[in-house]
Design a protein around this ligand. Structure first.
Ligand code: THU
Length: 133
């Protein structure tokens, strides 16, 4: 079973491939999925700023395309000291594929990792269960 060190390495490896020429803020995300595999993604920015993708969204797309269905754990890395926590939109994206007790590890690589559950990051959330799924 992949460890947090494996997830950190996967997030950092894919982060080097980020397309972030506008913000200069490269982010990597590594998902441990229900199939035991690790799916990674980076942010992909666009000259039309709002259509850029976050690293978490890229990692979710890789998971679904690769056959994983549920998120067991996710590790996010970015620059600086402060933990790079998923943006509000990505918390909701994660909610689609992760239970509230799933651990989200946010790490600004010059600092220390922050361990929070998805339920802590997105309390009282709206999810698939509201629609009977
Ligand atoms: N970004 C992510 O990819 N994930 C996060 O959790 C925070 C922000 C990206 C979006 C944008 O490309 C850049 O970081 C600056 O906001």
């Amino acid at each position: 079973m992949p460890t947090d060190a494996d997830l950190f390495l996967a997030a950092e490896t894919v982060r080097q491939k980020a397309h972030a020429p506008y913000s200069g803020f490269a982010v990597g995300a590594a998902i441990l999925a229900d199939d035991g595999k690790v799916y990674a993604g980076c942010n992909v920015e666009n000259a039309a700023y709002p259509i850029g993708n976050c690293a978490e969204a890229s990692a979710i797309a890789a998971m679904i395309a690769g056959g994983g269905r549920r998120i067991a754990r996710i590790y996010v890395t970015g620059p600086g000291v402060a933990p790079v926590t998923p943006c509000g939109g990505c918390r909701q994206r994660l909610r689609e594929f992760a239970d509230n007790d799933v651990m989200v590890i946010s790490h600004g690589v010059a600092g220390q990792p922050l361990y929070q559950t998805l339920g802590q990051l997105l309390p009282y959330s709206f999810g698939p269960d509201y629609l009977g799924r």
